[in-house]
Design a protein around this ligand. Sequence first.
Ligand SMILES: [Zn+2]
Length: 471
Amino acid sequence: MITALLLVLQLGTPVYDRVILGGHVMDPASKLDAVRNIGLSGGRIAVITTEAISGRDTVDAGGLVVAPGFIDLHAAGQSPETYRFYALDGVTTALELELGTSDVAAWYRDRSAGEVVNYGVSIGHIKVRMAVMHDSGTRMPVSDGAYRAASPAQITEIAQRIEIGLSEGAVDIGAGFPYTPAATREELLAVFRVAARTKTPIHVHIRPGVAGLKEALALAAETNAPLHVVHINSAGLAETPAMLEMINDARARGSDVTTEAYPYDAGMTEIQSATIQDVYKNAPDERLAELEWARTGERLNRASFERYTRIGGPVVVHTNTEAMVAVAIQSPLTIIASDAYWQDGTGHPRTTGAFARVLGRYFRSPSPEGRGGQGVRTLMEAIRKMTLMPAQRLEARVPAMRQKGRLRVGADADITIFDSATVMDRSTYREPSLPPVGIQHVMVNGVSVVANGQAVEGVAPGKAVRGVAPR
Ligand SMILES: [Zn+2]
């Protein structure tokens, strides 16, 4: 500090903590799209300039894109292992907003020493319902949390616990209707009323297709709750275009509705969960081949489905097409969110590659493998979907998000630096932990968590992202 001050006095120009020199700075908020030098001080951006600047540490960004750090609104893994994966994919803020937690205070307390990336959680209707209904499942409801209707007193308790979670700083409210099939419309209305009263977005895994979206839009319209529809690609499948149209129309009518997508044509979830059991338990045997046991890659049949249902674990769900994924990713409505899924050492490749995959496969022109058909959008648009759009979605409830998702003086120094010519995911269903290539440097609050494409070990600059207590 004293050294820095002396240097300033001696030279008349400030010396920054760190400088990022000669990068192609792309900031969707200001539309800045030019080579600049960036100086960082105290974990924030102190200057963005064409002038020569110096710092105690220099990152050469020549030939690379310098973007705001990616913000993932749907990062289901929230462990040191998954935070490291996210950082390698360019993510600087990883939020778990669908499943969430039933104990917000404990969730943040567990991470208060800092993590690799910024972190945050929703108060989750699924998790709260599991607690109130005394469900026997661990990760997802498997008994009364899924299949038993709540009494009026239990509905009141569910709503109260959600309000408590918000008062403890939850980022928003999460819900997943297919995981809680016994939740009545009355119960869901009670949850949406809390969202409306506290002006908190409710992030919903809707029931499948147009009918599922109609239900969620009706709940939002009836209560005036802000609604965020998670993973429109897997909720929509072949109906994705119609559903994006419905969201567009709702927004045009003034509704606060947003959505997100991830760039893969297969999903993943727990085989014991209601969302799998309700669809496949009584399905024709041949449909079971849509399911792949994540640990081995085998497609399931009746016998293996029943065997693995008893064991429990992640299952890959092959029900979408690449064309529908492209529609979802390229829509101007969609925020990019990974829906990262990691369980006991394995998981979905989106956990480690979702953002690099969008940059490498959906936006780098020409469109690879004949994908798309809606026109390939610009790199700036891709970055906007990963940074500014998710930040803006949360700003009303989480004012701290106004300092994220942008490269401007005073913003948090959450920065992702990548090679737009080579960036590409590498992870697969068989090798889901392979990090992408081309994500060169990732900084969280000014501290490198990825340097020269490698994870930096032993750093934990990520801070809690919290909502403000509702009035
Ligand atoms: Zn989901």
